[in-house]
Structures are given as structure tokens and as C-alpha cells.
Write a protein that binds this ligand. Structure first.
Ligand code: MLC
Ligand code: AMP
Length: 468
């Protein structure tokens, strides 16, 4: 199965551009170096090197593990050890410690290999293409195994839903280590054939410049990007000539939808997904777009709602239930965690998203919350409370810690920590976490408290933390 098209527009990342044939030539050189490896890790900076390394992995049929470039030592060590990556792909300037897998400097490889798409048709469709690390409610992040066939099915369903063609110019600046920025935002244009303009960072003013100077037609953003755009009228105006503005990874607030529509003349297309499922639900390019709603299931996707006891919930647009999905684009499981994988499916084979939704009689879905308070969405990043609590508890002065998401105008939710500690300040604790984990996981607010509210079993009652 050819996952990527060998022809199509150029790829530009943070101002550096490569035509498609040179990109595949360079990636073929990577593929030649890594063929046969069990898995390779990529320090996923927003750069051409990252794209070349990921494409090289796909050409060679070697699972690629993107590592957030700012992940602190604890997070990085976990990802490298858990994934079993035998090489680290990055530019030659990357710092690699002696305990880590050896560095393959991507920028030192020849940039003109054999071109073409490297004959990736020989790799089986169910082979793992990517291992994406994502937060659970407790413990360290889990590796989500994503197959080539899931990526192909997911991207084809999106191309159909959004009428995405080689004639589009895709613009975004999202990080290249998650589904949104990497699968949709890089593999998407490589499969569809459209040029990509990656702005380096997802800043509204850079999106506006790409709309005006590069003919950007299709724009991807997390809600924080769109709310920052909506707060800046002249930047928003620059997007009037676009074809489609797409929002996802977290709920798009209704006032942001309305303001963006008024300023740009485009009602944004909202879509819903997860690392484990890729994108399953979306509004369509041709059709209705409703504020507060994420659309209808994509081609090949089935959904249902279940009550806590597992019984069916009616699609009446009002009764909430946990959203279950079935689709050819689901993940293969969590790496090395068969129990977690089994727990994430119902006995009859549906994936439990953990999101609470309603479904209208017309099939329109609304996400109304999450089943667990322990998964936080901040700026579109998924952050597990348990991972932050463990990082805080590693500080010698911290005795107890509880982390929740609290509402935040810009980020949707912000990481908020309640900590029982002796002789340490809030800022020192924020910096302590930022040094160990990716900086977006740091608490934005720390409340130092005398004790945490607990139930009779001794478990922290997170719903009572705000009373402190
Ligand atoms: C701040 N900084 C610190 C620090 N405090 N550094 C060290 N120690 C501290 N204590 C620095 C950071 O390094 C960074 O520097 C800067 O401050 C701000 O960091 P930030 O908080 O990350 O930036 P911010 O502007 O607040 O981020 C907003 C954002 C970002 C929207 C740009 O949240 C983002 O990129 N979100 C996208 C998430 C995403 O792609 N999710 C998709 C998941 S897939 P510097 O130098 O870096 O500026 C998925 C599936 C689906 O969900 O449905 O799509
Ligand atoms: P991640 O695994 O990082 O992809 O995060 C997946 C989670 O993001 C989902 O379980 C949802 O909670 C949330 N999410 C993604 N898209 C949307 C959306 N359009 N509206 C509301 N929540 C969303």
C-alpha cells in the first residue's frame, strides 16, 4: 500500500522549502540507514528534518516515535526506553546523552536519493507506522500504535469530508509530534498532494501572512489559535480569502466560532478525534457548520452512546452518554500494555473514548465533557493529572499533590495544582515540573494548601479542591 503520494506540491517548514521529489530523495537516504530497525525515535522539532525522518521511517516500514523536542529528561527517557527505539533521528546539532540510542544526523545524509516514493508498497498495510505517546489519567504516557492502513483510511475520509485536493495550500504551525500537526498536518498533504506551509509556530499573524503571500486555502488550528485570531481583527480579516478554517483537538467555544465567522466570513469546520482513533467526526466542507457541535461521523466510522452501566443512550440530542466508536482507523493498541488496551474497549469491541457526548436525531454530535477529571486539555494538548502529580511528588519538599484542569479563557483549561509542601514557593514548583516534562505540562497555577480533601477511603476528592 502506498501511504504517501510521490507527487504533489512542496513542503515548507518555518521558511525552508523542499520540492516533493527532493523530499522523497532525502527520505530514501534515511530509509536506507534505518531499514530493519524495530523502531526509531525522531526529535520532532518543527523542521524539514523531522518531516524527512518521519517519511524515511514510512518508506522503510520502520515504526517512528516522535519525541517532543522540549520533553524534559524524565519524559524523554520514558519514551525512549518504553518504545525500544534503536536510533535517534535529528539534526546533527541535537544533544544526545551517552545512555540514549545513537544519533543519526538527518542533515548529514545526501539530499538526492532515488526520488520517487521508495517502493513503500511492500510494507504490509497493518504494519505500525507511528508510535505516538499520549497521556493517560495515571502514570507515564502510553505509546499508541497507529497502523499505515488507519492513517490512509483516516486521511482519505478527511479529504472527502473537507473536499481537500492537490489544489489546496495547507497552512498550520502545530507541533509535529501529535495527530493534529503530524498525521493531519504533514502526512495529510503528502497523501493528498497539496503543498504545505508550516509556519513554525501556530501564531495568528503567521497564518495571516501565509494567507496573503502563499495562497493558503486550508487552515488547521487548535481553539487557542482561533481565539487568538478572533481577538485580532486585522489578522482575522486576512483569512477572508481562505477556503476552509478547521478547528479541533479541544472544544471551540461558541463565542469564538461566532466572532471568527463575523471577522473572516468563514464558519469554521469543527472536527473531533483522539490519538487512539484519529479523526472520527467532522462537519463537512459542503454543508452545515454548527457552533458547539463537532459534526457527523466520517466515512467508515460508527458511533454510539452508553450510560455508566453500559446500557444504550438514545440519540435524542439531549441525553448525554459516553461516546463509543468503531472504525477502520482505530489504533492497534497501547505498546506493552495489553491490560490498558483491553480496558479501553467494550466487550463487544467498541472503543471507549472517555468523552461525554450527545447525538441528535440528525446524527450531529456535541461533546459535552469528559468522564474523568484526570485528563486535562490545555491549548489542545492532552495532559494526564497523574503524570503531573508524580512530577510534583518527586520534589523533596512536596508531601501531597492533586492536579486538575480549571477553566482558562485562552487555553480552554489550565493545569492547576493543589500542593501540600514545606518551604517551597509556587514558582519553584512550576519550574521544577517544566524542567522534567514538556513545558506545556507545567502547572500554570499552584495553590499551597494545608491538606487535601479526602473521602473515607483516603482518596482525594478532586471536585472539592476548588473549595480550598
Ligand atoms: C514558560 N516557558 C517556560 C516556562 N514557562 N519554559 C521553561 N520553564 C518555565 N517555567 C516558555 C515555553 O518554553 C515557551 O517558549 C513559552 O514559554 C510558552 O509556552 P507554551 O505555554 O507552550 O505556549 P503557549 O503560547 O501558551 O501555547 C499555546 C499553543 C500551544 C496553542 C501555541 O498550546 C500549542 O501549540 N498547542 C497545540 C497542541 C496540539 O497540537 N494538540 C494536538 C493533539 S492531537 P517558546 O520559546 O516555545 O515560545 C489531538 C487529536 C485531535 O488532539 O483531535 O487533533
Ligand atoms: P488527544 O489524544 O491529544 O488527541 O486528545 C483527544 C481528546 O481531545 C478527545 O478525547 C477530546 O476530549 C478532545 N477533543 C478533540 N477534538 C475535540 C473537539 N472538536 N471538541 C471537543 N473535544 C475535542
Amino acid at each position: 500500500m502506498d501511504l504517501l503520494g510521490g507527487t504533489g506540491g512542496p513542503v515548507r517548514i518555518a521558511g525552508r522549502e523542499l520540492p516533493r521529489d527532493e523530499l522523497f530523495g532525502w527520505a530514501s537516504a534515511v530509509a536506507a540507514e534505518i531499514r530493519g530497525a524495530d523502531a526509531v525515535a525522531v526529535i520532532a522539532t518543527a523542521s524539514l528534518e523531522t518531516v524527512v525522518a518521519v517519511v524515511g521511517g514510512l518508506l522503510a516500514g520502520v515504526p517512528v516515535v516522535p519525541v517532543p523536542p522540549d520533553s524534559g529528561p524524565a519524559e524523554r527517557a520514558h519514551i525512549l526506553a518504553d518504545s525500544g527505539a534503536s536510533m535517534l533521528l535529528a539534526d546533527g546539532g541535537a544533544k544526545v546523552s551517552p545512555s540514549e540510542p545513537p544519533l543519526l544526523p538527518v542533515d548529514w545524509l545526501p539530499r538526492h536519493g532515488d526520488g520517487g516514493n521508495g517502493g513503500n508498497g511492500e510494507v504490509p498495510a497493518d504494519a505500525t507506522a507511528l508510535i505516538l505517546y499520549t497521556s493517560g489519567t495515571t502514570g507515564a504516557p502510553k505509546g499508541v500504535l497507529i497502523s499505515r492502513s488507519a492513517i490512509a483510511a483516516g486521511l482519505d475520509a478527511l479529504a472527502e469530508a473537507w473536499a481537500w485536493t492537490p489544489g489546496d495550500v495547507l497552512v498550520h504551525g502545530l507541533p509535529l509530534f501529535h495527530v493534529h500537526g503530524l498525521v493531519l498536518g504533514v502526512l495529510g498533504p503528502l497523501r493528498v498532494g497539496s503543498p504545505l506551509v508550516h509556519t513554525g509556530r501556530p501564531k495568528p499573524e503567521l497564518y495571516a501572512a501565509a494567507a496573503q503571500d502563499d495562497g493558503g486555502s486550508l487552515f488547521f488550528g487548535v481553539p487557542t489559535v482561533w481565539s487568538r485570531t478572533a481577538a485580532d481583527p486585522s489578522t482575522a480579516e486576512a483569512l477572508r480569502g481562505a477556503r476552509l478554517l478547521v478547528s479541533g483537538s479541544a472544544p471551540l467555544p461558541v463565542p469564538v466560532f461566532e466572532r471568527l465567522s463575523a471577522l473572516t466570513g468563514h464558519r469554521p469546520v469543527e472536527r473531533y478525534g483522539m490519538t487512539e482513533t484519529l479523526i472520527t467526526i467532522s462537519a463537512r466542507a459542503e454543508g452545515d457548520r454548527r457552533p458547539g457541535h463537532v459534526g457527523t461521523p466520517l466515512h467508515g466510522v460508527r458511533t454510539r452512546l452508553a450510560a455508566e452501566d453500559g446500557s444504550a443512550v438514545p440519540s435524542d440530542g439531549e441525553t448525554p452518554g459516553e461516546l463509543h466508536v468503531r472504525a477502520p482507523l482505530l489504533f492497534k493498541g497501547y505498546l506493552n500494555r495489553p491490560e490498558a488496551t483491553a480496558k479501553s474497549f467494550t466487550p463487544d469491541g467498541w472503543f471507549r473514548t472517555g468523552d461525554i457526548a450527545t447525538i441528535g436525531p440528525d446524527g450531529w454530535h456535541r461533546i459535552v465533557g469528559r468522564a474523568s477529571t484526570d485528563l486535562i486539555k490545555s491549548g489542545g494538548y492532552r495532559i494526564g493529572a497523574g503524570e503531573i502529580e508524580n512530577a510534583l511528588l518527586a520534589h523533596p519538599a512536596v508531601r501531597e499533590a492533586a492536579v486538575v484542569g480549571t477553566p482558562h479563557d485562552d487555553l480552554g483549561e489550565q493545569v492547576t495544582a493543589y500542593v501540600v509542601a514545606d518551604g517551597v514557593g509556587e514558582k519553584a514548583l512550576i519550574d521544577f515540573v517544566a524542567e522534567r516534562l514538556s513545558v506545556h505540562k507545567r502547572p500554570r497555577v499552584v495553590h499551597l494548601v494545608g491538606s487535601l480533601p479526602r473521602n473515607a477511603m483516603g482518596k482525594v476528592v478532586k471536585t472539592r479542591l476548588s473549595e480550598l
